[in-house]
Design a protein around this ligand. Sequence first.
Ligand code: GLA
Length: 381
Amino acid sequence: MQQKITELFKEKFSGTPSVYCSPGRVNLIGDHTDYNNGFVLPAAIDKAIYVAIRPNGTQKIDLYSADYGKSVSFTLDDPKPEELWASFVYGISKELINMGVNVGGFDAVFGGDVPLGAGLSSSAALESAFGYALNHQFGGSLDRRQIARAGQLTEHNYIGVMCGIMDQFASLFGEKDTLIKLDCRSLEFEAVPLRTDGYRILLVDSMVKHSLASSEYNVRRRQCEEGVAAIAKHEPGVETLRDVTGTMLEKYGHEMDPVSLKRCRFVLEENRRVEEGCEALKRGDMTTFGRNMNGSHFGLSRQYEVSCPELDFIADFAQNYEGVLGARMMGGGFGGCVIHLIEEGAHDSYRDAVQKAYKEKYAVEPRIIDVIIGEGSRRLV
Ligand code: GLA
C-alpha cells in the first residue's frame, strides 16, 4: 500500500512525498463508555490509512483518493467539500489550525486497507493519519493526545457524529501486542499486554453496514446526558456518568425516563466489566476476561440496544462454541463485527462453522478477519 500511494503521488503531482500511516482499531471491551468519561480497552491493528503528502507553497489542497479513484481540490476558505472523505481532511486541517498549527496548501494521495463500514474506525484512521502528517509537515508542536482530540472534534464539527475519543486515541497510541486501557476522563492510559500463547483474536464481520449508527449514536449520548442531569440536581459533584454510583442510580432512577435509566445502568456495568476484565488479563485469566466480553454483548444488545439480529446471531453462536472464550459486538453497533477471544486450537473449526451457519441463516458470506495488533501513527518515509 505504501508503495502504491507513493507511485500514485508521483503520477498525480510533482516532487517526492513524505509518507505516514495510521491504523484502524479493535476494542476488546468497553463500548459506549468513552463519551461517558469511562474506560475502554482498544488496540491498533495492522491495517491502516496511508498518506503521501507534500506542502505545495500555496493555499490550495489537492487530494487524490486512491480507493475512490477521485480528485478533489479546495482551500480552507471554501465551504466544506461535498465528498465525505474530503470533508475529513478539510475538518482535521481546520481543527489543527484552531490548535495553532500553521497548515497551508498541500498535495496528498491517500488510501488504505482498513475495511470500510466494518466498525474498524477507518474514519479515525484517516483523521489521525492526516492529523499526524500535517502537524509534522507544517512544524506543529501538538502531541498525540492533542491530535486525537483534533480528530474527535473533526467528527463533532464536520461529520456530525458526537463520538468519544477512543478510536483516534487507539490509532495514535497503538503498540504491538498491547491493549490500551484508557481512562477517558483523565486520558491517562495503561498498556496491558495481550497473551498471544494459545489465544487468538478474531473478527467476524456481519457485512451489515452500520447506517443507523450516527443518528442512533447521538440519541444514546443524549439519553446518558439526560440521566446525568437528573442526578446532578441532587448531587452537585456529578458531571458525567463516571461520577455516578450504583447507589445514586437506585436512589434517583425513578426521576429519570426509564430508557435513560437503562442506558445509564449499562454504562456503569460496562465500566466495571472493563476494570474486572483488565485485572483478569493481567493475571492471565482469559476465562474471566471472556465472560466479561459476553456480558458486554448482552448489555449492548438488551440494555443499550445498539446491536442487530445478525450480530446477536454471531455472538450467540460463538458463546455456545467450545473454545470461544468470549464474543461481543464491537464499536458503535447496528452492524459491523463481532470480536472473539478464542483458543488457538478452536480457531479453524470455529471459523468454518460460523461461516457456514451465518450463510445458511442470512445467505451472506461473513468476512473473517484475524486480528494482528500493530503500531500506532507513524512516519514511514
Ligand atoms: C464509535 C465511536 C467511539 C465509541 C464507539 C462505541 O466507534 O467513534 O468514540 O463511542 O463507537 O464504543
